[in-house]
Design a protein. Structure first.
Length: 364
């Protein structure tokens, strides 16, 4: 009996998520629009629309009068009905953004973090930043939660940061739990690159099937969107792209191995060899394409964005020249449309997805 109830709840939430997805991708819609886009019955769509309207998530936006038949009510999403905050925790900075239900970034703020910062120092910075971003007005009542895009390795399933590269104080820290207690908000914790690829998926929509986001800043990582969903791997730690070896005799990396893509890239960048640094990333991207057969590659990260055209050209050229049969195995390479906000914005979108997106099935 409990399982039947759970299934009914899942179905209701799933249907609601389908309607919300339509509302995010078109300026206005009516019942028939949703029926055609989702395959739900008109009766089911009517129930969902009534529920979403009562919750203030969508609203009537007029009527359409066909030549024959009853006028159809037109609806639209109410973007400012809900907000989420996203945090991008890098080794040097904390970036916070305020995102509405449609995925629009309304505010963005970046502040420095102490070198080799502790969990308490991060929590204090989050408290101050969120207070400055939201104030104490009615916005707080429409705040869905906080999403954190964090340096890995990271156990998304259990909300743990496990020995984050380059940070000594982050051994199995239950960041999701302590942040919820400290901030009094629901918290979603994920790897920075997985948050970033979520933001790109929101921007691209249904055409974004198999893709990677490559982030280059104090570290290098890759977030994956495979088969239309975020790919986290068996231990939810997928994305350690920078710690794949490209030089067997290369320098020792922060992870303990030698010749990782990240350290080889960083040595080239620090030596002022921008073309070589970009080429190292490009070689890694081609390796990914050969492994995963991706349709999209999005480039992001603070260090990359200092020289965006150099990296874009290097990766674009490599995709055209180093991938066999590039005429058939075509891949679109682009810079992130959200720039430096992409990780934080994606973390906020993950919070909104948790509440208003497609629900995940719990294990039986």
């Amino acid at each position: 009996m409990t399982r039947v109830t759970a299934d009914v709840t899942f179905l209701r939430d799933y249907n609601q998520a389908l309607v919300m997805a339509v509302g995010r991708t078109v300026r206005s819609f009516e019942r028939s629009t949703v029926v055609e886009a989702t395959g739900l019955t008109p009766q089911a769509v009517s129930k969902v629309i009534a529920r979403l309207t009562a919750d203030g998530l969508i609203r009537p936006a007029g009527v359409r009068r066909p030549g024959i038949g009853k006028p159809a009510v037109v609806y639209e999403l109410v973007p400012d009905s809900r907000y989420a905050i996203g945090a991008h925790v890098a080794r040097r900075t904390l970036r916070l953004v305020l995102v509405d239900l449609a995925g629009t970034v309304h505010q963005s703020a970046v502040s420095p973090l102490p070198g080799d910062f502790t969990p308490k120092q991060l929590l204090d910075a989050l408290t101050a930043g969120i207070g400055a971003l939201t104030g104490i007005g009615e916005l707080r009542g429409r705040l869905t939660g906080l999403g954190i895009g964090m340096i890995g390795p990271l156990d998304h399933a259990h909300g743990l940061v496990r020995d984050a590269h380059g940070l000594r104080h982050w051994h199995d820290v239950p960041l999701r739990e302590v942040a919820e207690q400290h901030l009094g908000l629901p918290v979603h914790l994920d790897k920075d690159v997985t948050a970033g690829i979520t933001a790109e998926a929101w921007r691209y929509g249904a055409t974004f099937g198999d893709a990677a986001l490559i982030m280059v800043e104090s570290g290098i990582g890759a977030g994956f969107w495979l088969g239309g969903t975020a790919h986290r791997g068996a231990h939810t730690n997928a994305g350690e792209f920078g710690h794949t070896v490209v030089d067997l005799d290369g320098p020792r990396c922060v992870c303990g191995r030698h010749g990782c893509l990240e350290i080889v890239h960083h040595h080239a960048a620090e030596a002022g060899e921008l073309a070589r640094a970009a080429r190292v990333v490009a070689v890694g991207v081609v390796n990914l394409l050969q492994t995963l057969d991706l349709a999209h590659v999005v480039l992001a990260g603070a260090d990359l964005l200092r020289h965006p055209q150099a990296y874009l050209a290097a990766v674009g050229d490599a995709v055209q020249t180093d991938v066999p049969r590039a005429d058939w195995l075509s891949t679109k390479v682009a810079l992130s449309s959200l720039g430096a906000d992409v990780i934080a914005a994606g973390a906020a979108m993950q919070v909104l997805d948790q509440h208003y997106g497609i629900p995940e099935l719990a294990p039986i």
